[in-house]
Design a protein around this ligand. Structure first.
Ligand code: AMP
Length: 451
C-alpha cells in the first residue's frame, strides 16, 4: 500500500516551501522528513533520531519556513522567533546556507551567531530582530549577557547534534540558555546517536515529547562499506598514503590538531596535496579549507572531530580514521560524512594495539562485528576472524582507561569547572525535586493555553 505522506505536498507545507525543494530536485521526502514534519507542524516537542545524511536539516527547516510564511509576524528588536543551537561554527554556517536554499521563495530574516567572527555585525543583525538565529553556545551566551538578544519571544528552539550539546563541555551552557526560553516554547532535539543517559537528561527540556526515530539507534548507514585495518602504529602513515592514492574525495580524521598538521606534511612529502581543518586554525582558514574541499579544489581534507558532525559535502567517497575515535558515537558521525543522500561510501579505520579497546566499544555501540584485516610488516594483509580481544582483556583495559580518565577529568574540572560544577549540582538536585514538577506543570499549562 502506498504511504499517503510520500510526497512533499502531502506534508501540509506551503507552496513556496515545496517549490524550493522541487528546485533542489528532491523528488520525495526522506523517511525522517515524512515523520517529523507533520509532528513539528502540530507543535509537539520532539526527539528525532535518524542515520547520518538522511535529510534531518530539511526536516526541521521546512516547517520553520512554513510557519514564517503562514504567520507573517516579524520578530521584535533584539529577539528571535526561532533558535537553532549547534556544536560547531561550520555546522552553523551550513545550516544558514541550507535555510537560504529552502527559504528561497519566502521572505525571512536570519543570522549566524558564532565565535571566530566579528561581534559587531552580529549585534547589528540582532538589533533588528530576526526570524531565525543559528548559534553556537559560547557566542550566544556572550550576546545574552550583554543584552544584545533576549529569548523571551522565542517560540521554537532546536538543538541539532543534541547528544553532543549535552555532553560535559556544552551542557552547563545549554542549560542556562534553555532556562531563558519561554515556558510554552516548542523544543526539538535531533541527532543520529542518542545514548540512553543523554536521552534521560534531555527530558528536563521537553514537555510530553514524542520520539521520532528512523532506522536503528547509532547504526551507520548500510551504504557505507566499513573496514578495519589492524596495523602497528609506525605503519599507519605509509598505509594512509597507499589508501589515498587514487581516491576520489576523502576525509582523514585524526585525534589531535597537531596530528592533523603532521599528516598534511607527510602526505605532501609523498606527493599528495591535502588541507587541514581543526580548532587551532582561524575561522577564515577553517572555512577556506572546507570550501576548497567542497569545490573540489583539493580532494583530501585532514580533520579533527570538528568536522565529524553534520557537515554535508557531496561525493565524499572515503572516510579514513587515521586514529580510532575514543568515543564510539564519534565513529558513527565521522564515517557518516560519506554515503550521504543515498550514495555509497567507504570507511577505513586504522587501528593499532592500543586502540583495540576503542574498536571493541564501537562494535558494541553499532551492534556489528566489523570486517578486519591484519597488515603484516611486508605490507601483505590477512583477514582476521573472531574476537580481537577476549572479554577479560577488554574489561581490564577498560578499567585502566576509566581510572586514567577519572584522574584527568578531576583535574580538568578542578581547574575549569569548579564554579559551574557546584552550580550545576545545586541545580541538578533542584531538578529532581517537587519544584521542578511544579515548573513542568506550569509549562504544560502555558503550552495548552497557547494551542
Ligand atoms: P542532511 O542529513 O540534512 O545533512 O542531508 C543530507 C543530504 O541529503 C543533503 O545533501 C541534502 O541536500 C539531501 N536531501 C535532503 N532531503 C532530501 C530529499 N528529500 N531528497 C533528496 N535529497 C535530500
Amino acid at each position: 500500500m502506498r504511504n499517503i505522506l510520500e510526497e512533499f505536498k502531502d506534508l501540509g507545507l506551503t507552496k513556496r516551501v515545496i517549490k524550493a525543494v522541487e528546485k533542489e530536485n528532491y523528488k520525495t521526502p526522506t523517511l525522517i522528513q515524512q515523520k517529523l514534519i507533520p509532528k513539528m507542524l502540530d507543535g509537539r516537542d520532539i526527539v528525532g533520531t535518524a542515520q547520518t545524511g538522511t535529510g534531518k536539516t530539511a526536516a526541521f527547516v521546512l516547517p520553520l519556513l512554513h510557519r514564517l510564511e503562514e504567520g507573517k509576524r516579524r520578530a521584535k528588536p533584539r529577539t528571535c522567533t526561532n533558535l537553532i543551537v549547534v556544536p560547531t561554527r561550520e555546522l552553523a554556517t551550513q545550516i544558514f546556507q541550507n535555510i537560504s536554499i529552502y527559504g528561497k521563495f519566502i521572505l525571512h530574516s536570519k543570522t549566524v551567531i558564532m565565535g571566530g567572527a566579528k561581534a559587531s555585525a552580529q549585534i547589528k543583525a540582532l538589533a533588528r530582530g530576526l526570524d531565525i538565529v543559528i548559534a553556537t553556545p559560547g557566542r550566544l551566551e556572550d550576546h545574552l549577557s550583554t543584552k544584545n538578544i533576549f529569548l523571551n519571544y522565542t517560540s521554537t528552539v532546536i538543538l541539532d547534534e543534541a547528544d553532543q550539546m549535552m555532553d560535559l563541555g556544552f551542557y552547563p551552557a545549554i542549560r542556562r540558555i534553555m532556562n531563558l526560553l519561554p515556558e510554552g516554547r516548542q523544543t526539538l532535539l535531533l541527532t543520529a546517536t542518542m545514548p540512553k543517559q543523554v536521552r534521560d537528561l534531555a527530558n528536563e527540556f521537553l514537555i510530553n515529547p514524542i520520539d521520532v526515530s528512523i532506522g536503528k539507534q547509532s547504526k551507520p548507514i548500510e551504504k557505507i562499506n566499513q573496514k578495519i585495518l589492524l596495523a602497528d602504529k609506525p605503519m599507519k602513515k605509509k598505509l594512509l598514503v597507499e589508501i589515498l592514492n587514487g581516491v576520489f574525495k576523502a576525509i582523514v580524521f585524526t585525534k589531535t590538531k597537531h596530528g592533523a598538521d603532521k599528516i598534511v606534511r607527510y602526505l605532501r612529502d609523498n606527493g599528495l596535496e591535502s588541507i587541514a581543518i581543526h580548532g587551532n586554525k582561524s575561522q577564515g582558514q577553517r572555512q577556506r579549507s572546507l570550501d576548497m574541499f567542497k569545490k573540489d579544489k583539493i580532494n583530501i581534507l585532514v580533520a579533527t572531530d570538528i568536522a565529524a558532525r553534520g557537515i554535508d559535502i557531496d561525493d565524499v567517497s572515503h572516510v579514513v580514521n587515521f586514529d580510532m575515535p575514543n568515543v564510539p558515537e564519534s565513529y558513527v558521525h565521522r564515517i557518516g560524512r560519506t554515503a550521504r543522500a543515498g550514495n555509497d561510501g567507504v570507511a577505513i579505520s586504522l587501528c593499532d594495539n592500543s586502540e583495540m579497546v576503542h574498536l571493541k566499544d564501537i562494535e558494541k555501540l553499532i551492534n556489528q562485528k566489523l570486517s578486519k584485516e591484519k597488515v603484516m610488516e611486508d605490507g601483505t594483509r590477512k583477514e582476521v576472524f573472531g574476537d580481537i580481544m577476549d572479554e577479560k582483556e577488554f574489561s581490564l583495559s577498560k578499567k585502566k582507561r576509566n581510572s586514567r580518565s577519572r584522574h584527568k577529568n578531576k583535574s580538568f574540572k578542578e581547574k575549569k569547572f569548579n564554579k559551574s560544577k557546584s552550580e550545576f549540582v545545586k541545580e541538578g538536585t533542584k531538578s529532581n525535586s517537587r519544584i521542578n514538577k511544579k515548573k513542568k506543570d506550569k509549562k504544560l499549562k502555558a503550552r495548552l493555553q497557547r494551542s
